[in-house]
Design a protein around this ligand. Sequence first.
Ligand SMILES: *[C@@H]1O[C@H](CO)[C@@H](O)[C@H](O)[C@H]1NC(C)=O
Ligand SMILES: *[C@@H]1O[C@H](CO)[C@@H](O)[C@H](O)[C@H]1NC(C)=O
Length: 225
Amino acid sequence: MILQYAVVLCLICCTWGYHNNRPIIGVLAQETDSESKHYGDTFIPAAYFKYVEMAGARAVPIFVKKGQAYYDHIFSSINGVLFPGGGVNILTSEYAKAAQILYRSAIKANQNGDYFPLWGTCLGFQLLTALATGKDLMTEFDAENLMLPLNFSDGYKDSRLYGNLPDDVFHYLSKENVTTNYHHYGITPTDFQFSVDLTKYFRILSTNVDRNGKEFVSTIEGVYK
Ligand SMILES: *[C@@H]1O[C@H](CO)[C@@H](O)[C@H](O)[C@H]1NC(C)=O
Ligand SMILES: *[C@@H]1O[C@H](CO)[C@@H](O)[C@H](O)[C@H]1NC(C)=O
């Protein structure tokens, strides 16, 4: 009996006053291609959930093909969004449509002083350029399965992403073949600079060259306006 009380008391103590300040990051789903349809209509690569969790945050899925009310509700329940890599169209897919709603909400939130970060990796990175411009500015590159060091751009030290890099991490990123490229599309620095809509929202933090020596933008960061 005493043990039972002790257990109940302990449960109350443990749940009472238990605070969890770990951010909640929404990870956007995308449509499966025809080869994977038998697994379901949509998916999220599991590595992106692990990536968020490795950093101490909590990850939740954001589904596609939902209405405005769903996205409003989820947006007000999370602290940031990750757009994962994949293989769908960055203008016309359900992934792109859902992202557009989240992107607009994030801009509005940030303008109102509510810090709300968006992160895009791989296709998610390409998507961000399409969300800002309404255009697909990608061209073809030979950069599948290619490990490269980053070529940091002028001013990277003033960025939020790389400004506080410890010396050893800077060394690995700038000298060793530690960044993974798995893409056959990309944006050239020239296409980037000449797209007024892009330079208004993002600046280049690093570039790289593909197997044919063609230069592509490899990291960008949003600029505060
Ligand atoms: C790094 O980028 C600069 C600016 O685009 C370029 O001049 C330089 O050749 C690049 N270096 C490498 C190793 O790609
Ligand atoms: C990086 O990989 C390239 C070949 O892709 C190689 O030539 C170069 O030596 C490597 N650099 C380092 C620091 O390992």
